[in-house]
Design a protein around this ligand. Sequence first.
Ligand code: SF4
Ligand code: SF4
Length: 357
Amino acid sequence: MSHDGLSMDRDPAPAPGVPRASEPPGAQPLTDILLRPPARPSRPPAPPPEPERAAVELTIDGVTVTIPAGSTILEACRAQGIDTPTLCYLENLTPVNVCRVCVVEVTGSRVLVPACSRKVEAGMDVKTNSDRVRHSRKMVLEFLGSSVDLSTAPSALGYIERYGADTARYGPADAPSPAGERDRHEAGHHHAPPIDAAQTVEQPVKVDNDLYVRDYSKCILCYKCVEACGEDAQNTFAIAVAGRGFDARISTESAVPLPDSACVYCGNCIGVCPTGALMFKSEHDMRAAGTWDESAQTTTQTICPYCGVGCALDLHVQDNAIVTVTSPLDSSVTDGHLCIKGRFGFQFVQNRGPGPA
Ligand code: SF4
Ligand code: SF4
């Protein structure tokens, strides 16, 4: 032991590279090990460059088109400036091809194919505006318009006009369902449809929290909210499709109110809903009061002040007050999605008070 009784007696430190007397012959000098700079973690190898995608040649509406392999027919149409209608498609979600308004005719295919998910193939002959395509799109829009309130779905209303869809062709709408009745319909338990009226999904609006409302009279069952709440963004899985056929509807687990569900109020479902079925309560209340005026609104881009992630925000302002908040789809930080704070935590801006005189 040393004189202070604390440290072990060691032979004096030799010069670097020279072994201590106590170290076995041939051993790597301890000083070398101690003085060597720590090994830096090796960087992960750079990902291999994306292989250039082979070009595919196909025909769209009689025009020869060349597009990278793996593209969808919708992408090929858009590259040609062909305005293809979509309702369930969104760039930042996985295509589920359920709304069927983007269908096109492919020579040799028995049925019309959804352009949003069908990949291009060499030699494909695609028709986007044939009688068959227009007829199918018109019929789908008539089904939707006869059973769903599309009054806050500008794109659907535009398609109805474009394809001359007669949303009244199935007669007057059937009576609305009382609150909660559609939520109780059992899968596989079918009811006879009305014979002198058009079936409707009309029902009272669900207002069960202060942040957003669910008006399933306006739901076209596009699945976008389910995808945004699930694997495509939030991974919370608070909502899903329940029921079958005309009874199918978006539901929380066991149809519980939103505050009793797994919902974390990120509002990403509102951000993707194409019909206004899911809506900020602020917007819902202003519409009810007759004060909602999109033409009087301005948009200010900013960064969320709550944390260091730096989410891009679009503040929608009317009468000098923030009325809703969205995030751009092409933001590399958010992909259009936010959390509860960025989406709904804007009241403090209005509540600051007059400030110093
Ligand atoms: S607010 Fe977020 S967590 Fe709640 S249902 Fe919508 S996407 Fe899911
Ligand atoms: S609530 Fe909106 S996003 Fe969800 S399925 Fe219905 S229309 Fe689509």
